[in-house]
Design a protein around this ligand. Structure first.
Ligand code: ADP
Ligand code: MG
Length: 290
């Protein structure tokens, strides 16, 4: 009857009005959700149909939520905030901070490429978010411009970037390397392809790929053919292609070179990147005391 239908309704729908679609990933559809009461605040709700989930996917989802909860406590300005999670019989809902500015991916396409100054503004925030994850021994494993979201399209927050999608993220148990191949081919580190086990350095490799793309608008490693792409990555075969890179500073290239290193032990860390001369060039320098 009507009443039982009412009681079986998902509790989430009682509190939020679901709106336009914001994006789609592998398993999830993300939609806008507006609180029905109070200040009518807007959120983003990641909706996952349980029926498409294999038991191991369901486990991954539980892990994603656990990791997001842990990160939410940090209230880091560049990590998407988790508000709450709900589930009904057939669906999981993850209610998150709304990033109405869209994907970094689309902003790159729109701008073609970033100036060094704009790339620096973006990289500082992204590396700071990843650094906070690494401090908690959380490895994102799927860093790419589709998972980096702008807070707003216009206004004072239009250049604020947030790290999203912890679907592949994993908490490292002490001294235990991860060994499942995942991620997106063009951003994946050599040791992931080699399946020798890996650690948080995989994120640094992806950051190098992202910084490269920001500054020229095309990826460092590219092939339509995956085995060939993997070979290029494992040999670190990329160039600062002319004429596109002619105007880019050597400092920027050096920083990318410090991230795209085959040996993960020799790759820069987040803290080293944050202190790199290219990153800090526009910060007021401490004057030496006389
Ligand atoms: P998947 O794990 O399936 O890749 P994501 O969490 O990456 O799911 O979400 C898919 C897409 O939905 C994103 O690439 C983005 O376009 C959009 N999206 C995700 N989270 C938000 C958010 N908090 N605010 C706005 N859009 C979002
Ligand atoms: Mg995603």
């Amino acid at each position: 009857g009507l009443l039982s239908a009412f009681f079986r309704r998902d509790p989430l729908l009682a509190h939020y009005k679901i709106g336009r679609r914001l994006g789609k990933g592998t398993f999830a559809t993300v939609k806008e959700a507006t609180e029905k009461t109070g200040d009518k605040k807007k959120w983003a709700v990641k909706i996952i149909d349980k029926r498409v989930l294999a038991p191991e996917d369901e486990q991954a989802l539980t892990k994603e939520v656990e990791i997001m909860k842990q990160l939410a406590e940090l209230q880091h300005p560049n990590i998407v905030f988790l508000k709450e999670v709900c589930q009904s019989e057939g669906t999981f809902y993850i209610v998150q901070e709304l990033c109405a500015g869209g994907e970094l991916f689309d902003r790159i396409v729109e701008k073609e490429k970033y100036s060094e100054k704009d790339a620096r503004i973006a990289m500082k925030q992204i590396v700071s978010a990843v650094d906070a994850c690494h401090d908690l021994r959380i490895v994102h494993r799927d860093l790419k411009p589709e998972n980096l979201l702008y807070q707003a399209k216009t206004g004072e927050n239009k250049d604020v970037i947030k790290l999203a999608d912890f679907g592949l993220a994993n908490m490292l148990k002490a001294d235990e390397a991860l060994a499942t191949a995942c991620g997106t081919p063009g951003y994946v580190a050599p040791e992931v392809i080699a399946q020798v086990g890996y650690d948080k350095e995989v994120d640094i490799w992806s950051l190098g790929v992202i910084m490269y793309i920001l500054l020229c608008g095309f990826p460092p490693f590219y092939s339509e053919n995956n085995p060939q792409l993997f070979r290029m990555i494992q040999r670190c075969q990329y160039t600062f292609t002319r004429p596109y890179w002619d105007q880019v500073s050597d400092q920027a290239k050096d920083l990318i070179r410090s991230m795209l290193v085959v040996d993960p032990k020799k790759r820069a860390t987040c803290k080293q990147i944050l202190e790199d001369p290219w990153m800090t060039v526009d910060e007021p320098q401490k004057k030496p005391e006389l």
